[in-house]
Ligand binder design. Sequence first.
Ligand SMILES: Nc1ncnc2c1ncn2[C@@H]1O[C@H](COP(=O)(O)OP(=O)(O)O)[C@@H](O)[C@H]1O
Ligand SMILES: O=c1ccn([C@@H]2O[C@H](COP(=O)(O)O)[C@@H](O)[C@H]2O)c(=O)[nH]1
Length: 208
Amino acid sequence: MTATIQRPLLVGIAGASASGKSLLAKTIKQRLPIEHIQVISEDSYYFDQSHLTMDEREQTNYDHPNSMEHDLLQQHLEQLKQGNSVDAPCYDFTIHTRKPETVVINPTPIIIIEGIMLFSHKKLRDTFDLKLFVDTPLDICLLRRIKRDTVERGRSLESVIEQYKTTVRPGYISFIQPTKEYADVIIPKGGKNTVAIDLVETKLKAMC
Ligand SMILES: Nc1ncnc2c1ncn2[C@@H]1O[C@H](COP(=O)(O)OP(=O)(O)O)[C@@H](O)[C@H]1O
Ligand SMILES: O=c1ccn([C@@H]2O[C@H](COP(=O)(O)O)[C@@H](O)[C@H]2O)c(=O)[nH]1
């Protein structure tokens, strides 16, 4: 593997919210030389909502594909594939909108993109060289999400439960679960499945 590879290899990791996508991406990243791999989150591509009030932003359905700027993400991945840098948006979950600043992403030999609806957009889906789906029971995801969103994303327990019932669970059933069929590999236990991670590591080293 060399750091001068021309065309980055794109790995998509999809699955339910709090299924363990970020942990899986981080664990794979730790297995490879730091300069060869980076992780991008689909969450950064939620639409900017700075023109809306906080009350209006709280009404947005963040578990519908229309809430993400997938065309921009796809264009950025295409540019990275061609060896170009991109200016990626940054998202702030606590205020449901993008931050004013952007971040420069430079191409690396391997780029992991993780996010709930990555495989729901055909053109985006077709951009990936390897597609992984983290398959975690929804009750486990809910428990993890309650903990994470109250601790890290500034939510009350009541708002997490209400959002889960109205959009998160229905969104998973309508838009995320059906995309499991597009995955090359379905991974139970996510970031703690060392057998699956060993296999992905071997595959990535062979593909670069
Ligand atoms: N296999 C696992 N076992 C136990 N806890 C896990 C596991 N995978 C993830 N977690 C924890 O669950 C929470 C959500 O995981 P995360 O990777 O952020 O999910 P996602 O990126 O899919 O939303 C985090 O606190 C993470 O540490
Ligand atoms: O402003 C927002 C944007 C997104 N969400 C929720 O986040 C998850 C997706 O993120 P994960 O890191 O994969 O959990 C999605 O289910 C949205 O409901 C939000 O609450 N507010």
